[in-house]
Each structure stands twice: as structure tokens, then as C-alpha cells.
Design a protein around this ligand. Structure first.
Ligand SMILES: [Zn+2]
Length: 270
């Protein structure tokens, strides 16, 4: 599933090819995605010039003067830039064509993605209740500490809640808790403020490293399949069950929390 770093890499991959271009046509071959592709898109996007491509959580926001196309990649979606006339394959559901002769192509084999149009994207029902961006200024240890008071949910499930902070997927949550030395089973309300400072730092660090790793794939967005893939970085805990902890040699433990596997070191994470 594309996580925040893959979506951010997609944003960086497509933006330079479409900013300042005007949409000449939109072709929707399959409207039945997670939600039906909004017909407003067909009516309102053609003729508009792209001002910027932003990201909020895992949504790409393709901004024009009169509104924004909100694109979610779902479980298996990807975007690429191709030359006009490039034949579409069976999973290429939407093309946005530009006056430059290029097209933005959205492929989504499992069709869990979505495409909406909004005049006020940040107040759109999909986006308005989301927590802050982990790489933004609002997010720090004091914020997490304040939000967590009185919460009995585990710290791991707390940081994976998009209403608390967006973009901390399962792998990144395990890794950040390992780096911060916090036991993933600990109740969120029982983690001290200075430990939240370390955790916020660790979350930023693992996401920033993954985005940096994705930078090596940017050229693939033009003419390629736009598949950013999962950015391999050295994982400290995730996927290392029974392998020695890199800090203390204790075998890494795997447990299930909220139907997701958590990996941690019983010795280092308290
Ligand atoms: Zn350890």
C-alpha cells in the first residue's frame, strides 16, 4: 500500500511535469473506484491551469484557480506522466491530458483509490478531521503528549490513528517506537512528555529517511509506470522476529495489535 513517503515521492515526481500546463481533456475509463469518480471533475477540470500539486496525508491535491482534484492512491494505485496517445492498459482508469502533449495517468488494479473535486479541499469530509502532518510545524512531542492524556489505547495504535497524526503506517510506527525505546503496548496516556519528544523526533526521522530513499525513483514518473515501490531503508525492528536486536542482541518479539503485527525489543523498549 502506498504510504506517506510513496505519496510524497509521487507528488514530487509529477509536479514539475504538469504545473503551468492547462488541462485539455479528462478521460475516465472506470468511474467505480472506492467512491465513484466525481462528474464535477469532467465538467470543471478541462480548461484549468495547474497551479501546484500538494499533499495532505496520503491525498494528492492537484490545485487549479477554481478548485482542486483530490486523488487517493488506495491500496495499489500509482500515477505516471506519459505522452499523449500512449495506449492504456486495463487498469489505467483516468487520464488527465494537458496542452503540453503530456498526460497524467492514474492506474489502480484494486480500485480502492478515489478522485474527487472540491472548491475547499481542506474542509472536504475526507480531509477535515485529519491530524497534523508529521513533518509539519504543528507536530511535536508536546502535541502528542497533550492529545494522549487519559488515553488507555496502546501507544502504537495511538500514533497510527490518522486523527492524531497522519501518515504513520504500521512499519513506521514499529520503527519509530524502537528508535524511541518505548514499549508499543504501553498505554498512550502513560508515556511521559520527554519520551514523546523522542518519539516525535523518531517519527519524523523514519519518514524523512523513506522520502529521501524515494528520491532515487523520481525519474521513473515520466514514461515509466510510476510505481514508486516500497522504499527500502534499513529496518531496525520491523520484520525481524527472532533476529537479534541491533542494540542488545535480545531476539525481537512479534505481537499483534489491532490486527497489525508489531515488532519490538522487550529489553530496549520499556
Ligand atoms: Zn534491544
Amino acid at each position: 500500500m502506498p504510504e506517506l513517503p510513496e505519496v510524497e515521492t509521487s507528488r514530487r515526481g509529477i509536479e514539475p511535469h504538469i504545473v503551468d500546463s492547462t488541462v485539455s481533456r479528462i478521460v475516465v475509463r472506470e468511474r467505480r473506484l472506492r467512491w465513484p469518480v466525481s462528474k464535477d471533475i469532467d465538467r470543471k477540470l478541462p480548461g484549468e491551469k495547474i497551479k501546484s500539486v500538494d499533499r495532505r496525508a496520503k491525498y494528492l491535491l492537484i490545485n487549479t484557480a477554481s478548485g482542486t482534484a483530490i486523488l487517493h492512491l488506495g491500496m495499489s494505485g500509482s500515477v505516471s506522466i506519459v505522452d499523449e496517445g500512449t495506449p492504456a492498459s486495463v487498469h489505467d482508469h483516468v487520464d488527465i491530458e494537458f496542452d503540453s502533449g503530456l498526460m497524467l495517468r492514474f492506474r489502480d488494479p484494486r480500485r480502492f483509490g478515489s478522485l474527487h473535486w472540491s472548491d475547499a479541499p481542506l474542509s472536504h469530509p475526507l480531509l477535515r478531521d485529519l491530524g497534523p502532518e508529521p513533518l509539519g510545524d504543528e507536530f511535536d512531542g508536546a502535541y502528542l503528549w497533550g492529545r494522549s492524556r487519559g488515553r488507555k489505547v496502546s501507544i502504537k495504535q495511538f500514533i497510527m490513528n490518522a486523527n492524531v497524526v497522519v501518515g504513520v503506517g504500521n512499519i513506521y510506527a514499529s520503527e519509530a517506537l524502537f528508535l524511541a525505546g518505548i514499549n508499543p503496548r504501553r498505554a498512550a496516556g502513560r508515556v511521559a512528555k520527554h519520551r514523546y519528544d523522542g518519539l516525535a523526533h523518531a517519527i519524523r526521522d523514519v519518514l524523512a529517511k523513506a522520502i529521501k530513499a524515494g528520491g532515487t525513483t523520481l525519474r521513473d514518473f515520466y514514461g515509466g509506470d510510476g510505481e514508486a515501490g516500497y522504499f527500502q531503508q534499513q529496518l531496525e525492528a520491523y520484520g525481524r522476529e527472532d533476529e537479534p536486536c541491533r542494540r542488545c542482541d535480545t531476539p525481537i518479539t512479534a505481537i499483534v495489535q489491532g490486527q497489525r503485527t508489531t515488532y519490538y525489543c522487550k529489553q530496549c523498549q520499556t
